[in-house]
Design a protein around this ligand. Structure first.
Ligand code: FES
Length: 378
């Protein structure tokens, strides 16, 4: 890339450090690769610190620690302290499993800015069934309280799907009870394990409309009581007419580093038939500005019709490359979510299937090493 083109690209402002694919839970909507069990290699502490140094030198300011479950990395306090010294704003994205009050305290002392705890449902039975862990719910409750007690804003995340979408009122009541400051109700996005389980997870349109109504009513009620809890409801793009501006554009703001050091423009890009570089063999600067993988979908010269001549292409960049690949087998295609896409029928078929789906929790394929190995082999 020329210096002029480099200047147009700008630095990666957001760095996501996927520290590990290891996780004690088995959520059937996990965004990690289906073959994660065959990818055991993880960067060392020193290698991660070097990645963080390089990212910060390029201009990255926000840093997310995720996984898998990042708490399984014993060097997490060291990585947090290193990030704090470099001047990052840091966010830990965790299930809360493996967290203790002492760890919350240690992370606060190391300089962690923000912790987000995820739940699977509003009650222990459903929560633990989806998580694949009998004690998950109680632990999450205790750790959400510990995070708040340590002075952090309480940020709770619920992934919403057809098996818990009827719980909006109960979920929000639970969040209020925990004195949450922010609640993200994120309807499932279909990548990784969620794509594999889409038929068993995707809510019907009627379920979605009812859930949005309940959330809006709850918001009104919060306002009438002067309760400041902020509720964000993220709708599934399968029910939109235009695609999302995924990652705010390919190689534009976000840089993800997978556990083994593979650098990706988004957390799902590993599934694409594109060769992505690794931080163990290339500098982050080289990867971001010069690697074919990161330049593959920059700009609009790669776009086929109808995106190329679309007056909305600067708004949504043709949508999501991973979704185009998963649904059409070719990542160059317009995101089928777009009603102008010649492949929009895939989305319409998924909506129809969701209207008639009967799958129960037992029909889902849970994210665990055994299933990963079976899928990978088969
Ligand atoms: Fe990869 Fe959208 S998730 S480009």
């Amino acid at each position: 890339m020329t210096a002029a083109a480099e200047a147009r690209v700008g630095p990666p402002l957001w760095l996501l450090a996927e520290l590990t694919y290891r996780c004690p839970l088995q959520c059937p909507y996990c965004s990690n690769p289906l073959d994660y069990a065959s990818q055991q290699q993880e960067l060392s502490t020193e290698q991660w610190l070097d990645v963080l140094r390089q990212g910060r030198a390029m201009g990255a300011a926000q840093l997310g620690f995720s996984g898998g479950e990042p708490l399984v990395r014993q060097d997490l306090p060291e990585l947090i302290a290193g990030a704090r010294d470099l001047g990052y704003y840091t966010n830990l994205i965790t299930s809360g499993i493996g967290l203790t009050e002492a760890k919350v305290q240690a992370f606060a002392e190391a300089g962690l800015d923000h912790i987000q705890v995820s739940f699977q449902a509003s009650d222990p039975e459903l929560n633990n069934a989806v998580a694949g862990s009998r004690k998950a719910f109680e632990q999450k409750l205790a750790m959400a309280r510990a995070v708040k007690a340590a002075g952090y804003p309480m940020v709770l995340n619920f992934v919403i799907h057809r098996h818990n979408i009827h719980q909006m009122n109960d979920i929000l009541a639970l969040c209020e009870n925990l004195d949450a400051d922010y609640v993200e109700l994120a309807t499932c996005q279909y990548y990784g394990w969620a794509f594999k389980n889409r038929e068993g997870l995707m809510p019907s349109k009627a379920q979605l409309v009812q859930a949005e109504h309940e959330v809006n009513c709850y918001r009104d009620d919060l306002r009438s009581r002067d309760r400041a809890m902020k509720v964000i409801f993220v709708t599934p793009d399968y029910y939109e007419e235009r695609p999302k501006a995924c990652m705010n554009g390919w190689g534009n703001l976000f840089l993800t580093v997978a556990p083994d050091g593979t650098a990706l423009p988004c957390h799902s890009a590993r599934l694409l038939p594109i060769d992505f570089p690794n931080v163990q063999t290339k500098s982050l600067n080289d990867i971001w500005y010069h690697s074919p993988g990161f330049n593959h979908y920059r700009g609009d010269s790669w776009m086929p019709e109808p995106c190329r001549s679309c007056d909305e292409k600067d708004k949504d960049f043709g949508g999501c490359r991973c979704q185009a690949y998963l649904l059409t087998g070719n990542a160059d295609n317009a995101d089928p979510v777009c009603s102008k896409s010649p492949h929009n029928d895939r989305i319409l078929a998924a909506r129809t299937a969701a209207d008639h789906a009967t799958a129960g929790l037992d029909d889902l394929i849970y994210r665990n090493a055994r299933n990963s190995k079976l899928l990978y082999r088969g």
